[in-house]
Design a protein around this ligand. Structure first.
Ligand SMILES: NC(=O)c1ccc[n+]([C@@H]2O[C@H](COP(=O)([O-])OP(=O)(O)OC[C@H]3O[C@@H](n4cnc5c(N)ncnc54)[C@H](O)[C@@H]3O)[C@@H](O)[C@H]2O)c1
Length: 349
């Protein structure tokens, strides 16, 4: 079996998780890495031993041996790096959010299609044991028809940093809590609902807690709420925050985030499923019964994700997501910001 030659661009936390996944799989090889911070690059090279390392990611992408690139750069570089990769004939796995907006994602979608390359956005949560099990239970029909969902990722004191505090600077991040963690929560619920086509959005975002951190620029939201309608007559309610004075029914998370809840609840005609802790609330002859569920797997989600990407690149199995889904996800993010700006419900074009 020929190993898939993969290069990692950006060696922060997600870059390191992808490197560990590459090492764990027999059919993938860490061909190269790139990062413009020499100290971070050296540390990464020592630990993960790629074939070659670059300061300039364009050099990595130009290497004819490279087959696929994993983009783990700050958000504003997702588009140029992914586009260059596709133009160089490489398959792409890009960390979330896919791009800064839907217009950028449309260009990537068309470029990937033109060149018959895989574009895949990083969403390891689709592969966690609980979410894989939830997906199977839904596919088995235990919920009946899903008619609504609730998507949540809230933190009470969890404003992220990143090199140069780029997460709070809109021109580098594209947005705040919504595009950082809200996108994960939304995608989890949307995936479990079967990725229905979004049709309209009403939303409100806030910036209330910028004083919690000392950063040069804080011009993004720290909290967002949205109501998204889909073409199949369903909807999702999204709640996300980096910072808020949350009540004590929100569990205590790691020290730097304070209280935290990252969860999805899917409401169906036969039952309701909560992801954390994985539980089915099932109608049994008119009685509502609580059925605790055990996740059916224990695999590492980054490894499972990479396995799916590698199989898709080799044409052996379908990818769990694609550029069209990335485009629709970015349309929802754009729609949330547009609805907030306009103060009304907006259609998704
Ligand atoms: N999947 C997840 O759960 C998850 C978790 C954290 C972050 N992310 C995403 O991963 C991306 C990176 O986040 P992070 O937390 O690692 O940020 P970070 O700032 O810690 O790391 C980014 C890395 O990119 C490098 N870099 C910046 N500009 C560069 C350039 N022009 N050329 C080469 N290297 C450059 C930096 O030196 C740094 O090592 C973001 O898009 C973020 O949303 C995903």
């Amino acid at each position: 079996m020929k190993q898939l030659n993969i290069g990692i661009i950006g060696v922060g936390w997600p870059g390191q998780q992808h490197a560990k996944a590459i090492a764990a799989l027999p059919n993938t090889r860490l061909h190269s890495c790139a990062d413009n911070d020499p100290d971070r690059l050296n540390t990464f090279v020592k630990e993960h031993q790629p074939g070659v390392a670059f300061i300039d990611y364009h050099d990595l992408l130009h290497d004819p041996e490279l087959e696929a690139a994993i983009v783990c750069l700050p958000n504003f570089l997702h588009f140029p790096a992914s586009l260059t990769a596709l133009e160089e004939g490489k398959h792409v796995l890009c960390e979330k959010p896919p791009t800064m907006n839907a217009a950028e994602m449309k260009v990537l979608r068309d470029e990937a299609a033109k060149r018959s390359l895989i574009y895949f956005f990083g969403r390891q949560f689709r592969f966690t044991p609980a979410i894989r099990t939830a997906h199977e239970i839904i596919t088995e029909g235990r919920l009946g028809r899903i008619y609504r969902a609730r998507a949540t990722w809230v933190r009470s004191r969890g404003i992220p940093g990143g090199i140069g505090s780029w997460f709070t600077d809109k021109k580098c991040s594209g947005g705040g809590a919504l595009i950082d963690i809200g996108v994960h929560a939304l995608d989890t619920a949307w995936y479990l609902m079967g990725t229905p086509r979004p049709t309209s959005i009403t939303a409100k975002v806030f910036r209330n807690f910028a004083h919690f951190v000392s950063v040069p620029i804080f011009d993004v939201e720290d909290e967002a709420h949205a109501f998204i309608r889909f073409a199949n007559d369903t909807f999702v309610e999204l709640e996300t925050s980096w910072a808020a004075n949350l009540t004590d029914d929100t569990p205590v998370g790691p020290e730097w985030v304070g209280r935290e809840s990252n969860n999805a609840v899917l409401f169906g005609t036969k039952g309701t499923l909560r992801v954390k802790p994985l539980t089915l609330f099932e109608d049994q002859n008119g009685k509502l019964v609580t059925v605790p569920l055990e996740p059916r797997y224990s695999d590492n989600s980054f490894e499972m994700q990479l396995q799916n990407f590698a199989h898709a690149v080799r044409g052996e199995r379908p990818a769990i997501n694609d550029a069209e889904q990335a485009f629709e996800l970015m349309e929802m993010i754009d729609g949330i910001y547009a609805s907030n700006e306009l103060g009304r419900e907006v259609p998704i074009p």
